[in-house]
Ligand binder design. Sequence first.
Ligand SMILES: *[C@@H]1O[C@H](CO)[C@@H](O)[C@H](O)[C@H]1NC(C)=O
Ligand SMILES: CC(=O)N[C@H]1CO[C@H](CO)[C@@H](O)[C@@H]1O
Length: 143
Amino acid sequence: MMFMKFFLVVATLALSAIAQTINIGAPAEGSTVCAGCNINVEVDRPNSLSGSEEVAIVIAMRSCNSGGCISPESALGTVLYAGPYNPQYSATPDWKPPHQNFTVEVPTFFITGKATLSVTHLSLVGAGFTPVLEFKNVTVNVA
Ligand SMILES: *[C@@H]1O[C@H](CO)[C@@H](O)[C@H](O)[C@H]1NC(C)=O
Ligand SMILES: CC(=O)N[C@H]1CO[C@H](CO)[C@@H](O)[C@@H]1O
């Protein structure tokens, strides 16, 4: 079991080193948020070997009520944050990778029901500064 876990971790690390992928640390998949409330969006960026330069992220939410849950690549919906991304280790050591927390407000007018919360990430990777755009999303329930 431990052995399996070890290989899974190694495989995950190898993958993130290539893809520079970020992860949505919070909110968790399937969690409930409320319209008009502040939520903490934790954007993790596991440390990788190859250098990368952060450019920006966009945090957005789109209701699944019209046309179902759509991939953030096609439509982001309501933009809650757009700007710099500067992941850091926690000041008091924990097991978290470098990350940044964003406090964003779910608009009061947001339609209740399922919604896609997405993080769009632009970074420049390697010596050639190759632009890499990636999308991550979790499904939340707006109450
Ligand atoms: C970010 O938020 C998480 C809770 O989701 C917390 O555990 C962590 O310490 C926070 N990090 C910083 C740098 O404040
Ligand atoms: C609407 C949408 O893009 N959903 C995707 C969210 O991310 C998962 C993977 O974590 C995909 O399977 C979903 O299709």
